[in-house]
Design a protein around this ligand. Structure first.
Ligand SMILES: Nc1ncnc2c1ncn2[C@@H]1O[C@H](COP(=O)(O)OP(=O)(O)OP(=O)(O)O)[C@@H](O)[C@H]1O
Ligand SMILES: [Mg+2]
Length: 235
């Protein structure tokens, strides 16, 4: 390639690159599909311990629950789950802004959900990882100290919300009604949401299940495989 051609191809590249100036994606040239839904937040780099706790991520999981510690890609469904989670972690939401990891116990749903949350957190985004029931308990405590609305807003303001272990809370219960509102907020605003659950779709509250199964915006991976906990011990 001549120098002139090289210069021309460089300037074409510069024109087509739409990564925000100064962001790591600009430097790495990873392109526009990465986490474009939220504003670049350079001030969030160098996350503090407070930020970690606000994100709900257990510090011990920072080493262990990662994509590089995911071992088994032998079965089709495990690699499907892994790559769907990878897409979400990179902010590649072209297949949908919802990811639902469903299946029996010990198949790695929480592991992948945490790995996603960690990548967003490391990239400086305002993520929240929480078990669904813990989140609802925390929200309910807001009635005691008059911070309910503040807490509710803080759940809705996240760049990425990860609801681990979504249960069978029904719409008529307090918990079910709140979950409905939270999921609906992420649904109507096309915001990224990751859900893990042991429950079958028909066991979930109908309105929540319907949104989570919406093929136009949700990737659902049903991980029907062996329990890694017992399988790993057995070798
Ligand atoms: N493919 C895998 N590679 C490496 N570790 C794995 C894999 N699958 C599961 N694990 C590990 O096995 C343990 C159980 O996984 P995890 O907690 O993610 O399961 P789960 O599907 O969320 O189960 P539950 O429904 O009981 O919450 C974790 O320590 C996790 O790190
Ligand atoms: Mg789990």
């Amino acid at each position: 390639m001549s120098k002139a051609e090289a210069k021309e191809s460089k300037s074409t590249l510069e024109k087509t690159s739409v990564a925000e100036i100064g962001s790591p994606y600009d430097i790495l040239g990873c392109g526009p599909r990465i986490k474009r839904l939220t504003t670049w937040e350079p001030e969030r780099w160098g996350q503090s311990r407070d930020a970690l706790s606000a994100a709900g991520l257990p510090p011990s999981s920072g080493e262990s629950k990662r994509f590089h510690t995911w071992e088994d890609l032998s079965s089709g469904i495990l690699s499907q789950a892994y790559y769907a989670a990878k897409d979400m972690a990179r902010g590649n939401l072209t297949r949908g802004h919802f990811l639902v990891l469903a299946g029996p116990t010990g198949v790695g749903k929480t592991h992948l959900a945490m790995a996603i949350a960690w990548e967003w957190f490391d990239d400086g985004f305002n993520v929240l990882f929480s078990r669904a029931d813990d989140l609802l308990d925390w929200l309910r405590q807001g009635y005691d100290d008059n911070t309910y609305h503040k807490r509710f807003e803080s759940i809705r303001r996240r760049s990425l919300l990860v609801l681990d272990d979504l249960g069978t809370e029904q719409a008529k219960d307090w918990a079910g009604e709140k979950l409905d509102r939270i999921v609906d907020w992420y649904y109507v605003n096309c915001l990224p949401l990751v859900v893990t659950t042991n429950a079958k779709s028909e066991e979930l509250a109908e309105r929540v299940a319907s949104r989570l199964a919406d093929k136009s915006c949700s990737v659902v991976v049903q991980i029907d495989t062996e329990d890694y906990r017992t399988h790993a011990v057995a070798g």
